[in-house]
Ligand binder design. Sequence first.
Ligand SMILES: Cc1ncc(COP(=O)(O)O)c(C=O)c1O
Length: 252
Amino acid sequence: MSSYQETAQQIGSKVSFSYIVPDFANPTGETLTLEQRVELLRLVEDLNIPLVEDNPYGEIRFDGERSNSLLALDCQAKGSIENSRVIYCGSFSKVFMPGLRVGWVCASEEVINRLCLIKQASDLNSPAINQRVMLSLAQQQFDAQINKAKDSYRKKRNAMLAALADHMPSAVTWTKPEGGMFLWMTLPEELDAAELLERSVREAGVAFVPGQAFFADKSGKNTLRLSYSLPSEQKIAEGIKKLGAIIRAACS
Ligand SMILES: Cc1ncc(COP(=O)(O)O)c(C=O)c1O
């Protein structure tokens, strides 16, 4: 056994599972390339651990080519879902409605059987009526609703990118998501997004999520997540202009 294999085995034995949001991630808005997907699958294979693919935003792609899911790639490589180590989680929350609390999992039969037992033990199952309503809605409206959601979020993403280009100082950078609801901003090193949030809410009525909340090691003080899902294009333009003024003032 090579030293790489030995190290992988040691690390893998201490890790229960891995988790990733591969498409338009919350919080960064970024998407894994095909090469990164293949590399990640190779890594979890070496570590011999399951990979949870959480993909509630994947359907909301407005630009670029759709990527193969990690589950699809793993099934292709292994010949069957029964041999796959990927557990794919989908959700109707982002394109239909979050209130019905309906999503789905695709995985090997063994994993699904165990998940059913765990779900029964934890909440005695999701209400059947909610599942039936969602099934009927999805059968009649899935494509139309996704197209509606894509059109709406594309316009909002464009409004946010245009306003950022107009109002942010040059020391600030941000991701340019091809779908989903979020983008990720990096401020100059010396700025603290949590402090900025207080000023931004008080002085401009603009809220965002300080990036530090997304780091296990509490780094990322100078990062933040912006969401364009709820406000109108006009509100986005106004909000980013105000936020830009606050960041400019903080930079000087
Ligand atoms: C990455 C990610 N996974 C899952 C969820 C939750 O989805 P659901 O409403 O289906 O519980 C969210 C919601 O914000 C999310 O961002």
